[in-house]
Unconditional design. Sequence first.
Length: 135
Amino acid sequence: MTGKPTVLFVCVHNAGRSQMAAGWLQHLAGDRVDVLSAGSAPADSINPAAVEAMAEVGVDIAAQQPKVLTTEAVQVSDVVITMGCGDACPFFPGKRYEDWELDDPAGRGVEAVRPIRDEIRTRIEALIAEIAPNV
């Protein structure tokens, strides 16, 4: 990776896990990383329990909208992280792919979403240490 890395988070609906991951990365890395998120079958809106769980820790994702996964989004990304949903993601040589197996917060209350949010933060912190350490 040269310059600022771009990370793409992908899950089916782009309404919970990928939105929380994008929110955490933007919050914790700031302008050191470009952040994208998308879904193979985007929902109409973000999961309200995910919005609430993130707001509890000072990360506002309420204005985000689910977006459709495009080949272009994958092409411009250095790191592509899928969220344990078995998405068929376009493959391009030279990109780093990871699959994070995380529970799906869809249809669950904020109590069930909090541990998922916290697991995502832990993984995001490790990712930042690898791709965009403080200089």
